[in-house]
Design a protein around this ligand. Structure first.
Ligand SMILES: [Zn+2]
Length: 152
């Protein structure tokens, strides 16, 4: 299925292609200090394909903390955090927020708590390489990758 998601105002939008018509989707309530404050619940699929469209990049805050290996993309207009990215060996990996989904039935979500406290940086990056979405395209200017650019 094609999962559509966006922040509240639509400045950060994405679609995630996930094999199957109504797949089971893991939803990890992250226990890190940032996600506890935001109620962050994330999913990823290493076989998924993610396209992210950013309408106005000046309205996106990129926040990093701790090991500074993950970037939280926060819409500064509406305050929603639809995705997190991590660059490893020149490849961009991502997880997306199930709270930003628009067209997924809540019964498809397998909710669980997740804590990665105590994990060292090396195993953290290796885990992301295994589990995070590895096919990520980001387009600024409001058009999702795959659509034709406006003639101008
Ligand atoms: Zn927004």
């Amino acid at each position: 299925m094609r999962i559509n998601g966006k922040c509240h105002c639509g400045n950060i939008a994405f679609h995630l292609d996930w094999e199957g018509d109504a797949p089971r989707i893991p939803a990890r309530a992250c226990g890190c200090t940032f996600c506890v404050k935001h109620g962050g619940v994330w999913t990823s699929n290493p076989a998924g394909k993610l396209s992210v469209a950013i309408e106005d990049a000046t309205l996106v805050s990129k926040y990093e903390f701790g090991t500074r290996t993950a970037t939280f993309h926060t819409c500064t207009r509406c305050g929603v955090v639809p995705l997190v990215t991590c660059e490893i060996a020149n490849r961009l990996y991502a997880v997306v927020s199930v709270n930003a989904f628009e067209n997924v039935d809540p019964s498809q979500l397998d909710r669980a708590a997740a804590s990665f406290e105590g994990e060292d940086v090396e195993s953290r990056l290796a885990r992301r390489q295994r589990n995070w979405i590895a096919d990520v395209r980001m387009v600024e200017g409001g058009r999702v990758a795959g659509s034709e650019p406006a003639a101008s």
